[in-house]
Write a protein that binds this ligand. Structure first.
Ligand code: PLP
Length: 246
């Protein structure tokens, strides 16, 4: 019989408790208020039922990467859980912007002005009879400079930020990054520190950004130490993901 009781064996409520504890400990170590870090549960590849189980524990922000997978989940849950906040964090394609603009509350992965313009033009004024606020957006920055990674290059960030900030149905909230995996706290902190410095530059240019979306299951402590206001956590909550079919 398996008698281990580590995170991988625990149920969703226990894993949620452990992730919240990790966030709170890192926040306290940084002298920050743990409540200043929002936990986004990345539910990609997991069923609506798992989302619902976390929602019942009070988790209300969820991240999805694939539009086609997310839409049925969102519509299955919207009726019973109208207060859930849905974040689109995956690669954004031009032919999917309308679905994203209609069904999500946040988008973290904007890296081109044409995508931002489409999202702004396609954001509806209302949904289910309720007025919809502007779509809350972050710009994804290619912080590790990898050619394979998505994200705007740091040199082009100020211009993109200025343009996005001027779009009527979007509200520019901050920056997001997905750095190359690194081992050890110090190596993990370095790209997050650079993202924070870029955000600071934009604030000095007069853009009122309040969000740093950074940190995942393996590096959330490093991100919180560097000022993350949102961490995006998947496998530490839901368990390992099955490989995605091509
Ligand atoms: C999958 C994913 C996450 C969560 O990753 P874990 O390592 O499972 O926590 C966070 N952000 C983005 C953009 C992702 O695609």
């Amino acid at each position: 019989m398996n008698t281990r009781s580590d995170a991988s064996d625990a149920g969703l409520p226990e894993r949620l408790r452990q992730v919240r504890l990790r966030i709170a400990q890192a926040a306290r170590a940084a002298g920050r208020d743990p409540a200043a870090v929002r936990l986004l549960a990345v539910s990609k590849t997991f069923a609506a039922q798992a989302v619902e189980e976390l929602a019942a524990c009070g988790q209300d922000e969820f991240g999805e990467n694939y539009v086609q997978e997310a839409l049925p989940k969102i519509s299955a849950l919207r009726g019973r859980w109208p207060a859930l906040c849905w974040h689109f964090i995956g690669p954004l394609q031009g032919n999917k912007t309308r679905d994203v603009a209609c069904h999500f509350d946040w988008v973290h992965s904007i890296d081109r002005i044409d995508l931002a313009r489409r999202l702004s033009a396609q954001r509806p004024a209302e949904r289910d009879g309720h007025a919809l606020p502007p779509l809350q957006v972050c710009l994804q920055v290619n912080i590790s400079g990898e050619s394979s990674k998505r994200g705007v290059a740091p040199e082009q960030l100020p211009e993109l930020a200025r343009q996005v900030a001027g779009l009527p149905a979007l509200r520019l909230r901050g920056l997001m990054c997905l750095p190359a995996p690194a081992q050890g706290l110090e190596a993990q902190r370095e790209p997050f520190a650079r993202l924070r410095a870029l955000q600071q530059q934009l604030v000095e240019l007069g853009l009122p950004l309040d969000t740093l979306s950074m940190g995942m299951s393996a590096d959330l402590e490093a991100a919180v130490l560097e000022g993350a206001t949102m961490v995006r956590v998947g496998s530490a909550l839901f368990g390992q993901r099955a490989p995605r079919p091509a």
